[in-house]
Design a protein around this ligand. Structure first.
Ligand SMILES: Cc1cc2nc3c(=O)[nH]c(=O)nc-3n(C[C@H](O)[C@H](O)[C@H](O)COP(=O)(O)OP(=O)(O)OC[C@H]3O[C@@H](n4cnc5c(N)ncnc54)[C@H](O)[C@@H]3O)c2cc1C
Length: 379
């Protein structure tokens, strides 16, 4: 597979790598313990453009293509996938506005991101996870706009977001045909942040509920037409899943690096464990599977960029394979490191906890397999 990266885009990938090594990785274990994103680090990410990867050139951004965004997120994830999730959530929130928003809405969101603001994508609800059509957050049409009532849960960046991209139902009786998107300022009256999750992994990223209590939004907050939300959500996830795949690849690469380094340093039976064939086999499998996941991830980005017919299938395959690989590779990395791998003093047990969410968010891997099977069987 051939692809070229423009020099300007390569600069940003290199910058992400430098920041991951010098600023993210040294803070990663601390953020994992506290469950709080380091303020100074967030400032560095914002001022270096890493929270604005989705902003097009005409709105003052770098106009990066999807492959470049994926390569940036892979580098950040090597430092900490919780941090990559924070940055990627801004891109996830941008896609519905990019695909269906008005010029004013694009200005509103992208000016905010350019100025260091944060955003979130609010689809999931207590009763609506894999089944997006079950969204029960209501948007009732009133004069001049809509009144929203309902609760969103598990929303990445919710506590630090300035702009919410919210999916609510405008149809009596609900269902996917009523899903409608709204771009809402966090300071809007009737919006509040609910319970914050105490998570297994990606603990640098904040995940919380958003509660809408008789929240009035003007008609100008509606993104696209009423009832188009499901289609735009699917387009958004299709564009974004290769980024989850790239973060997964980054986690796997970090785990391999740690396991290989340890295998050279640890001695048992008078020899470095790197010399034992069974350890070598574990490392060979880790490297081989990660490389395969990486190639499929980049292929999915290219399919999406070229608007290929099977782009949705590639997107699902990349997310599914890369996250399953990250889970397997991080578990093996713990095995290579034995008891030390299980200790919180080393990062590999964190990689293992972080990898798990990659199989769940942006559509579980069961849902990805449904997408793949559907395209392979009936597409
Ligand atoms: C840390 C974190 C961050 C998140 N960030 C966001 C965010 O920013 N924005 C957002 O909107 N959401 C977010 N989510 C929500 C996430 O996308 C959902 O958790 C995910 O889509 C799964 O939904 P669920 O948890 O309700 O599981 P469920 O849908 O209840 O699924 C439970 C199990 O049933 C399986 N299952 C369900 N339906 C089927 C089916 N038809 N066939 C086969 N198996 C099926 C699933 O694969 C899973 O194994 C986040 C979640 C977490 C944990």
């Amino acid at each position: 597979m051939n692809f070229t990266i423009e020099p300007q885009q390569q600069e940003l990938i290199d910058l992400a790598k430098t920041i991951a090594v010098n600023e993210i990785a040294p803070r990663a274990l601390d953020m994992d313990k506290t469950g709080v994103m380091d303020e100074e680090l967030l400032h560095i990410l914002k001022s270096s453009g890493l929270t604005q990867t989705s902003v097009p050139k005409e709105y003052g951004g770098a106009g990066l293509d999807l492959l470049t965004v994926a390569l940036i997120m892979e580098e950040i994830a090597k430092g900490c996938s919780g941090v990559a999730t924070v940055c990627a959530a801004n891109a996830l929130a941008s896609y519905p506005v990019l695909f269906a928003g008005s010029d004013d809405q694009k200005k509103e969101l992208f000016d905010c991101l350019n100025q260091g603001g944060m955003a979130c994508f609010a689809l999931t609800e207590p009763g609506a996870g894999s089944d997006a059509g079950a969204v029960s957050c209501k948007a009732k049409k009133v004069e001049g706009g809509y009144i929203l009532n309902g609760t969103k849960c598990f929303i990445t960046n919710a506590p630090i977001a300035d702009k919410f991209v919210v999916f609510a139902n405008t149809k009596e009786g609900g269902g996917i045909r009523g899903l409608t998107i709204f771009l809402i300022d966090a300071k809007t009256s009737g919006v509040s942040i609910g319970k914050e999750e105490d998570k297994m992994g990606i603990r640098a990223s904040a995940t919380a509920e958003i509660i809408f209590d008789d929240c009035f939004v003007p008609e100008s907050a509606r993104v696209g037409k009423e009832g188009r939300g499901f289609l735009i959500a699917m387009q958004t996830l299709q564009a974004s899943r290769p980024v989850v795949a790239a973060i997964s690849v980054g986690i796997a690469e970090a785990a391999i690096e740690a396991a290989v380094a340890y295998s050279h340093q640890r001695k048992q039976f008078g020899a470095k464990i790197a010399s034992f064939e069974m350890v070598q086999q574990m490392i060979a499998d880790m490297v081989m599977k990660t490389e395969a996941a990486k190639v499929l991830t980049y292929r999915a980005c290219v399919a999406q960029m070229n608007k290929e017919k099977k782009a949705a299938m590639y997107s699902a395959m990349s997310k599914c394979l890369a996250s399953d690989t990250a889970m397997e590779v991080t578990t093996t990395a713990v095995q290579v490191m034995g008891g030390n791998g299980y200790s919180r003093e080393n990062p590999v047990e964190k990689y293992m906890r972080d990898a798990k969410i990659m199989q769940i968010y942006e559509g579980t891997n069961q849902i990805q397999r449904l997408v793949i099977a559907n395209e392979a069987t009936f597409g």
